[in-house]
Design a protein around this ligand. Structure first.
Ligand code: UGY
Ligand code: MN
Length: 267
């Protein structure tokens, strides 16, 4: 066994190694997960399916801890699954490929919200990838959960955000009109150069997946403040009260999908 340590110049050279670089950042109030760090593994509760759990409660410690999971699923034509964990709602978004859920075929930008504790029949039809959010469902007192929702993101109205036609927001679930939904998933498109109009700070947390384009995300404050360059395939967790701001860069629109806990008292 060697009793010597690497020389300082060896450490300096290691830091420059191409394989030692990553854009991934994991902080106390946010995380940026870049594909360069993905480690693919079989997914619990799925058959013939691997993927990456991008965001989960393991990422932080209470109270600044994700209360949901966001998973990138590598779909095969043999993939199957029938439920999330007990009491957990599931939202499935097709990034590519084709999936059949309860007999309905979904292709790119198709999605399904699946209520807790009602088995579903999900089968891969053509290989591709899915973005899946899961969060424990919190029912309204005395009110059952809604039935499953199926949709196509491009068919949902994309409204100008705070009057700006260059930032367009589509709600994929009816959370604004139906308080039985405690979870929202929205699709936000920014034309090049368009920003979020102000630095948001709010009690809700977000899971975000950049589907198209690129931009810069300002996250955190004080010692955790960062200005992260992000590109398609990157994910972000933003804890409650994490200051957040975005501007789309590049020549094409930037589109992100994001989740948000809604319609429940945060106490
Ligand atoms: O709904 C939202 O809070 C959204 N405007 N946040 C975000 O895009 N970071
Ligand atoms: Mn926000």
């Amino acid at each position: 066994m060697s009793d010597t340590l690497p020389r300082p110049e060896d450490v300096a050279a290691a830091k420059q190694h191409p394989a030692a670089q990553t854009r991934t950042l994991v902080s106390t109030d946010y995380a940026v997960i870049a594909p360069d760090g993905h480690v693919v593994a079989p997914l619990v509760g799925w058959n013939h399916t691997s993927g990456v759990v991008l965001i989960s409660p393991s990422m932080g410690s209470a109270p600044r801890q994700p209360r949901f999971t966001q998973t990138l699923v590598q779909l095969t034509d043999k993939s199957t699954t029938t439920s999330a964990a007990p009491g957990v709602q599931r939202f499935v978004y097709v990034l590519s490929g084709k999936v059949r859920i309860n007999g309905q075929d979904l292709t790119t930008d198709g999605y399904a919200w699946l209520p807790p504790d009602v088995p579903h029949d999900l089968q891969g039809v053509e290989p591709g990838s899915l973005l899946v959010f899961e969060q424990p469902y919190s029912p309204l007192p005395g009110t059952p959960a809604p039935d499953a929702v199926f949709g196509q993101a491009l068919a949902q109205p994309a409204e100008p955000f705070m009057g700006d036609q260059h930032a367009r927001l589509a709600h994929l679930l009816p959370d604004e009109t139906d308080a039985r939904f405690d979870f929202a998933v929205n699709r936000f498109t920014f034309d090049p150069g368009t920003p979020l109009p102000f630095v948001e700070t709010h009690h809700n947390e977000h899971g975000l997946y950049l589907q198209h384009g690129q931009g810069v995300y300002r996250l955190g404050s004080g010692p955790t403040e960062t200005w992260s360059p992000i590109t398609a395939g990157d994910s972000i967790w933003m804890a409650a009260y994490c200051p957040q701001w975005f501007v789309a860069t590049g020549d094409t629109p930037a589109t992100y999908l994001y989740s948000k806990n809604v319609n429940r008292d945060p106490r």
